[in-house]
Design a protein around this ligand. Structure first.
Ligand SMILES: *Cc1c(COP(=O)(O)O)cnc(C)c1O
Length: 465
């Protein structure tokens, strides 16, 4: 007699699209993978994409576009100035993010560079809810000092709290008290917080940051890279928002800020692009005179007309509740599976990625021997799944002392591209992570043999100890 399996108590969701075109994947043998990762200096950024099976390096620019976006690509107006696609993009940003003035940039860091240059003077402080690599780089290149004001809970991977990306209001108030509001050009609020595991910030906290900074005349600029995912979490977790749409929540959230930098390569469902949005006209005029130096004319900012059209349409698709349910739902599916097997992952599961706790995998490997880097390499060797280090290598060195930063979180990020992989790919990935977990006691650390000057995690090389 066959034993029946229990049926789930709740009904399933499914992706709100079907597949029209496919891209074959490659699988190397175990020997080929071992050779490939050694040749890449045990840095997954230095692997060839052809040597990767399931690519979870990043959700940046790895999105699959819809037929409507591809159709828009054919309507590219490649005029140097005043392309119709720019006006479509501007209208989509004004409608869904609510800011008044917009200039495209080649990607998020282009917008960060310009915002930092027009706002930050040498000696300034820029508080933020945890650092992000390129964001902090541009703040410091402009002479500022980044100050982390994320809630302390963000640094504890095991704590199960709904909004671990919140700003610590006491820490922010203490900084304002200590250095004075004149030395703080703006607060940089990230939604969600990438380096904390894709953790969201609540509407209540955002409102409170607005109220506090308003008293001191300090602006807020949003890193809106994953603000739509953040809006989905607010809908799921915050009282009073269950009945609102993601689009309504996004618009309200942005209304508590003065502008944003944006990497369109994440939420906005494209492969390249970004923007800088501002409400203040004088500041926008300063920004647009720098855009022409670094990016291109203010109506294209380094983007082709067709790419601006794809991003305008991607924004419209990204704010649909159905899309967000399946996007975040897929990440949760992978994360909950691993958690259920006892594999240490950052809790709760974030919006764009599942983060493995490398300190819990490899307690025998000291942080100066790069446990997360070693774990990402081991995962690739096991199955060809490519992940990314988010620990001591990514954290870099102190700009004054030159010493390594020692972040509390030593993580490996399994980042899920939007609309690209199936649930079966998530199963294969989870089984490979479990296999590496089973072999954890045999793992050894790494030694850095080449360290680039800037953003070292991209190009550093290692050897096994
Ligand atoms: C990716 C990212 C950026 C930088 O954007 P790019 O498009 O890669 O230049 C900034 N902030 C966050 C939170 C990001 O994830």
């Amino acid at each position: 007699m066959t034993t029946l399996k229990p049926r789930p108590a709740t009904r399933s969701w499914a992706e709100p699209w079907k597949v029209k075109m496919v891209e074959p994947l490659h699988m190397l043998t175990a020997d080929q993978r071992s050779r490939a990762i050694a040749e890449a200096g045990f840095n997954t950024f230095l692997l060839r994409s052809d040597d990767v099976y399931i690519d979870l390096l990043t959700d940046s620019g790895t999105n699959a576009m819809s037929d409507w976006q591809w159709a828009g690509m054919m309507l590219g107006d490649e005029a140097y100035a005043g392309s119709r696609n720019f006006y479509n993009l501007e209208a989509a940003i004004q409608k869904h993010y609510g800011y008044r003035f917009v200039t495209p940039t080649h990607q998020g860091r282009g917008a960060e560079n310009i915002l930092s240059q027009i706002c930050i003077k040498p000696g300034d402080y820029v508080p933020g809810n945890m650092y992000f690599t390129t964001t902090r780089h541009h703040q410091e290149a402009a002479g500022g000092t980044f100050v982390d004001v994320v809630v302390p809970e963000a640094h504890d991977p095991r704590l199960e709290l709904p909004f671990k990306g919140n700003v610590d209001l006491k820490a922010l108030a203490a900084l304002i008290e200590k250095v004075g509001a004149k030395k703080i050009p703006y607060v940089c609020v990230a939604a969600t917080v990438n380096m904390a595991g894709g953790q969201p910030i609540s509407m209540e906290n955002m409102k409170a940051v607005r109220a506090l900074t308003k008293q001191h005349g300090i602006r807020i600029f949003l890193d809106a890279t994953r603000a739509v995912e953040n809006a989905w979490f607010i809908k799921q977790r915050e009282a009073g928002y269950a009945g609102k749409t993601v689009a309504e929540i996004l618009l309200e959230f942005c209304s508590y800020s003065d502008g944003c930098t944006m990497s369109g390569k994440k939420d906005a469902l494209v492969n390249i692009g970004g923007w800088l949005a501002l409400n203040d006209q004088a500041l926008y005029e300063e920004a647009s005179s720098l855009v022409v130096v670094y990016e291109g004319l203010h109506t294209y900012g380094g983007m082709a007309g067709r790419d601006m059209e794809a991003m305008a349409r991607g924004i419209v698709e990204s704010v649909q509740d159905d899309h967000m349910r399946s996007r975040v739902g897929q990440v949760e599916y992978l994360g909950e599976k691993l958690h259920g097997w006892g594999v240490p992952v950052v809790r709760p599961i974030g919006g764009h990625a599942v983060y493995l706790d490398a300190k819990a995998f490899y307690p025998h490997i000291p942080q100066d021997q790069f446990p997360a880097q070693a774990l990402a390499a081991a995962l690739y060797e096991d199955s060809g799944v490519r992940a990314m280090e988010r620990g001591i290598v990514s954290a870099g060195r102190d700009k004054v002392t030159g010493e390594n930063h020692h972040p509390k979180l030593e993580l490996v990020r399994l980042t899920i591209p939007r609309r690209v992989y199936t649930q079966a790919h998530m199963d294969v990935t989870a089984e490979s992570v479990a296999a590496v977990w089973d072999e954890r006691k045999k793992a050894t650390g790494l030694e850095m043999v080449f360290e680039p000057k800037h953003l070292r995690f991209f190009q550093a090389r290692f050897k096994r100890r």
